[in-house]
Design a protein around this ligand. Structure first.
Ligand code: NDP
Length: 326
C-alpha cells in the first residue's frame, strides 16, 4: 500500500465513449478530471471494425481510431488519462475512496462510473479467432449488420436481444438462421412470435455451435450440432452474430451502489446520472441494457459530468460552475 493518498476533484473510471465524453465536459468545467482506462483502453468499440452510425463521421471510422480521437480530445483539455485498473472502492463514508491496482489510494470528490459492459461470447477458439481478425464475428447487429446486406448470417441466442437483433438482421440480410440451444425461446412471447413470423428467419431449436468455419481470414460457415440427436451439419454464412447477453462491469461496486439483478447500476433518479451514493454518477453501458450504443453512452457521459459539476458547486461555494459551454 502506498502511504500517500491522492485527492482529486473528479475521477472517471473507464475509457469508452461514456468515459471520454465525461472527461471532455469535466475538463472544460475546471474539474481537472483523472481518467483510469481499465484493462481494455477504448472499451468495447476497440473490438469493432467500422463505425458508421456515430454522427459526424460521414465516411465511417474504425472503432480504435474513434477511441484515439476521443482520447486526444479529452487530453486536449488536460484530462489526466492514466493506465490502471480500479480494484476496490469504498463509498461508505463522505469521502469516495478508490484503489488502483490494489495499491494507490485516491480520494475523489466526485466519481463517474463508465466501466461499460462486456458482450458474452461462446468462447470457442474459432469464434475468438475470427472476432479478433474482424472477419465476420460480431456481438452487435445494429453496429455490424449493415456489412452483411443481402448475405446469409447465423445468430446465436434465444432472449429478447437475440430476437430483436435477428429481426433487425432479417431486414438487411437474405437469410438469418437462429440457433436456439433449448426447445424454446427465453424471449418474451411477442418478440419470439415476431421472429417466428418472419419469413427469412430460420429457427433451429436444440441446436448449438460446434465450430465457426472460415478460410483463415473471414467466416465462411458454421458447423452446428443438434444436442438431442448429436447430428451435425454445416450452414454456409458470411456473418456469425452472438446475442447471448452482456455482463456489466460493476462487480467492484457491489455493496455500495444499487445494482439490478443482472448487475446493471440503477439510477437513483431517472433522467439524471445519479446513483444512490451522492457524488457518484454513472454513464454508458454500466447502467444501460436497452440502447447500448456509442452515441447514447457519450450522451450519458455528458450528463454525468454536468451532474458532477453541479454536485460540486452545491457542496463547495468556492467551486464555480462554468459558464455554459454546452
Ligand atoms: P438474456 O440473458 O435474457 O438471454 C440470453 C440468451 O442467450 C438465452 O436465451 C440463453 O439461452 C442464451 N445463451 C446463453 N449462453 C448461451 C450459450 N453458451 N449458447 C447458446 N445460447 C446461450 O439476455 P438478453 O441480452 O437477450 O436480454 C437481457 C435483458 O434485456 C433481458 O431482461 C431482456 O428482456 C432485456 N431486453 C429487452 C429488450 C426489449 O424489451 N426490447 C431488448 C433486449 C433485451 P437459454 O434460454 O437456453 O438459457
Amino acid at each position: 500500500m502506498s502511504d500517500t493518498i491522492e485527492k482529486v476533484k473528479c475521477l472517471i473510471i473507464g475509457s469508452g465513449p461514456a468515459g471520454y465524453t465525461a472527461a471532455i465536459y469535466a475538463a472544460r468545467a475546471n474539474m481537472s478530471p483523472v481518467l483510469y482506462q481499465g484493462t481494455q483502453p477504448g472499451g468495447q468499440l476497440t473490438t469493432t471494425n467500422e463505425v458508421e452510425n456515430f454522427p459526424g463521421y460521414p465516411d465511417g471510422v474504425t472503432g480504435p481510431e474513434m477511441m484515439i480521437q476521443l482520447e486526444n480530445q479529452a487530453k486536449r483539455f488536460d484530462t489526466d488519462v492514466r493506465n490502471g485498473w480500479i480494484t476496490k472502492v469504498d463509498f461508505s463514508g463522505d469521502i469516495h475512496k478508490v484503489w488502483v491496482n490494489e495499491e494507490k489510494e485516491i480520494h475523489a470528490d466526485t466519481i463517474i462510473i463508465s466501466t461499460g459492459a462486456s458482450a458474452k461470447y461462446l468462447g470457442l477458439e474459432s469464434e475468438q479467432k475470427y472476432l479478433k481478425l474482424g472477419g465476420g464475428v460480431s456481438a452487435c447487429a445494429v453496429c455490424d449488420g449493415f456489412f452483411y446486406r443481402n448475405q446469409e448470417v447465423v445468430i446465436v441466442g434465444a432472449g429478447d436481444s437475440a430476437c430483436e437483433e435477428a429481426h433487425y438482421l432479417s431486414k438487411l440480410c437474405k437469410k438469418v438462421t437462429m440457433l436456439v440451444r433449448k426447445d424454446e425461446f427465453r424471449a418474451s412471447k411477442i418478440m419470439a412470435t415476431r421472429v417466428k413470423n418472419t419469413e427469412n428467419i430460420d429457427i433451429l431449436f436444440n441446436t448449438e455451435t460446434d465450430e465457426v468455419l472460415g478460410d483463415g481470414q473471414v467466416v465462411t460457415g458454421v458447423r452446428v450440432k443438434n444436442n438431442q440427436t448429436q447430428d451435425t451439419h454445416e450452414i454456409p454464412v458470411t456473418g456469425f452474430f452472438v446475442a447471448i447477453g452482456h455482463k456489466p462491469n460493476t462487480d467492484i461496486f457491489k455493496g455500495f451502489i444499487n445494482l439490478d439483478e443482472t448487475g446493471y447500476i440503477k439510477y437513483e433518479q431517472p433522467g439524471t446520472s445519479k446513483t444512490n451514493v451522492p457524488g457518484v454518477f454513472v454513464s454508458g453501458d454500466a447502467a444501460d441494457h436497452v440502447y447500448r450504443q456509442a452515441i447514447t453512452a457519450a450522451g450519458t457521459g455528458c450528463m454525468a459530468a454536468l451532474d458532477a459539476e453541479r454536485y460540486l458547486a452545491a457542496k463547495d461555494a468556492t467551486f464555480e460552475v462554468s459558464t455554459p459551454t454546452y
